[in-house]
Ligand binder design. Sequence first.
Ligand code: TYM
Length: 370
Amino acid sequence: MAFKVTPWEVEGDIDYEKLIKKFGLDLIEDNILKKIKDITGDNHFMLQRKIFFAHRDLDFILKEYKKGNKFYLYTGRGPSENLHLGHLMPLKFTKYIQEKFGVKCYIQLTDDEKFLFKDKLSLEDTKKMAYENALDIIALGFNKKNTKIIIDTEYAKTLYNHAIKVAKKITFSTAKAVFGFKNSSNIGQIFYTSMQAVPAFLESEKKGKNIPCLIPHGVDQDPHFRVSRDVLPKLGYMKPASIQCKLMPGLLEGGKMSASVPKSAIFTTDSPKQVQDKIQNAFSGGKETLKEHREKGGNPDIDIPFQYLKFFFEPDNKRLKKIEEDYREGKILTGELKQITVEKINNFLEKHRKEREKAKKKLDNFLLKD
Ligand code: TYM
């Protein structure tokens, strides 16, 4: 089946093997996992399960780290809506890497991007949402000493002064080829990738020397950084490295969890009842009748609630395996699997809501402003 992956549109069921070839990514092989484990003592479950599955230059980052040359982290979010569960994946993983390696991190909130790409949103809307999203990010427990959040329009002077240097090295024909712009695309969209490139060398700029940068993100954002990797060496900076995750599937059959398709997503602001209802209606790998399910078992590979456990909500490998086997053998029913998932998500969100409240007082410690 055909699929499409761009930073602004993901359609169909992604064939990750084909995507790796198309984007020119490297697979995260076991030897890289071993190198990470040698440094940190373990591997995050998202690495073990190959949910973070691809990279660019991760081996270089690890080699430099071992020599004592620390990297910094950079990730981000386009604030069009509240965060959904999929957005939490790269953020949570970034926090884990930050802790394990003891490194600095920039998180960019692109209110400019979402204003330029979403017809219905005003700049006030996206800026307001950037502040809302910042609360969710802080609620994940990032360390305030080592983490800086950038809202593009609030740090515009600094960003713009660097972005124009990037923009000068990108032709319209490159932007068209990479992102598929048309003559009818607004010119802000065409410029935008240069804003997303800046945090990939901001730390080098601040420190006055080249510092390696590692960008954890969902695979849909890769086109931006392919362009950055082309341009930054022309400006005297290193190519940024990346580590990329698969996309959490949406609630319905096929496609990713997407904020622009609200029915596909569970948002961090959803109530326990909303989570219950959404999971209740999620696409399931269970059989039509109870009798058939008991006899033939369910299919966790296509079961959306099971996938949520695998992607995020059941970090314990043994417990996940038991649920998977029991479901395959028909020992666990669809309704039971859904209930397990609802409880896991709601437990997470209950704690998250409390941390999000506390984050309101911490916001100023995190924001970079001109
Ligand atoms: P945005 O807001 O579309 O997505 C934010 C981050 O979440 C990832 N993501 C997902 N991950 C797993 N499952 C999903 N269903 C899912 N949907 C989205 C995205 O890949 C991304 O990592 N232009 C960017 C904002 C940005 C950025 C960055 C992202 C600016 N600088 C640096 C990553 C790294 C955007 O609109 O992301």
